[in-house]
Design a protein around this ligand. Sequence first.
Ligand SMILES: Nc1ncnc2c1ncn2[C@@H]1O[C@H](COP(=O)(O)OP(=O)(O)OP(=O)(O)O)[C@@H](O)[C@H]1O
Ligand SMILES: [Mg+2]
Length: 441
Amino acid sequence: MRHLRSTPLRLTVVVILVFAGFLGTGLGTAYLLMHRTLSVEIDSRATQLIAELRAIPDADERLERASQIAASADPRTLLVRLSLNGVVVGNLPRTDLRDGVVRGHDVAPGKALSPSYLVRSADLSPGHITVLIGRENLEELNEIFLAILACSVLPALLLTSAIGLVAVRRTGARVGAIQTTLQALTQGDLSARTGAPHPDTDLGDISRDLDRMAEAQEAATQALRQIGSDIAHDLKTPIQRVSVRLERLADTDLPPAARAQLEGAQAETAQIIATFQSLLQITQLEGGQGRDSFGPIDLVALLQDMAEIYEPAVDEHGGTLSCDVHEAQPITGDRHLLSRLIANLVENALRHAPGSPIRLSLSGRVLSISDTGPGIPEARRHDVLRRLVRLDASRSTPGSGLGLAMVKAIADLHGAQLSLGNAGPGLIVAVAFPDPQITKS
Ligand SMILES: Nc1ncnc2c1ncn2[C@@H]1O[C@H](COP(=O)(O)OP(=O)(O)OP(=O)(O)O)[C@@H](O)[C@H]1O
Ligand SMILES: [Mg+2]
């Protein structure tokens, strides 16, 4: 279906149709004109011969002339039969032919005759004449036109179609690369490119411009991220100093109201430090940091450990936590980062779907975590993976909107496919890890 919408394919079909149309009309007209001229000539030869014999008044002379004509005629071009006063002369064996066209082998089987003849007969009063004019020229004309069709028109059409299809395939591949790149860019993958070399064509120019645009976009986004992490980096140290000073202050004697204020300030600074740390760590993960420490991971054991760690918190929220494993397969990664990924997802379920049963499951290399809470609307599932994005419904809950951005960064570092879906009801987050063998090769 997609191919039918291809502009090059449509253009090729139009060109072939126009070409075939012109060729067909030209050849057809030439054939009809030549056919008509030859037919008229054959017809007039028959009419002239009949008129010549009719013009001879004497019966004997008429018979004499008819037998002369028959004797000197080539049977491939002319057959004559005149019957007059009980006498029959001529070189035509049959008597029962009607006006029209007959095949040569119907006239005299086994004889070398013209493939077909035009039959004309007339009453000469006295006498009856039948004249057959060979239509060899017309038969040859048909053969010539069939040969032109078979040797030049059909190959030309086939060649044009083949060239067109090659062009369609080539441009189709380029258009496909442009479409795929645009889709990937729209979905946030700024590293997508159409792929060099760019041919020296209009589509090649579009591909090159698209790649340049994507590069500029990636650089701008990278610069923005860098600014964010630079700010976090620069502010982290002074905030940590504030935190140390607050700690020292907490060790002194303070009136209860001042202590309450102090504890509030301590909680706020702890949150700011945690946010800065997360921002910096996400940037580091996006830069590929941590890949060096990858090793074989026992996801089953990791999942069970995490389930055990979170059991008390789940109990406290009045929910349940289950853990299913189906035919687990080996993966490689960083154990610490993967625990962080699972922890962030379990904490989200606890925080945004309180009291809901939480299901951890592992099937092959696909890890998924689901709850039965409010879920995330489809239109926002892409946004929540960005830094600092929180849904309106979660404004009253604590958090800074970095948990899922961290999950995405960890999944990307592991080459895993992250997807958010509807658990009907609730949210299901699936992380599909790649086969370590394929990743290695
Ligand atoms: N299990 C869930 N159910 C419903 N909404 C969710 C769930 N998990 C995440 N969300 C929504 O996605 C938003 C982003 O999640 P994310 O983990 O990035 O941030 P957070 O949990 O709000 O804060 P943080 O994780 O930084 O402490 C949340 O604010 C919430 O609106
Ligand atoms: Mg979170």
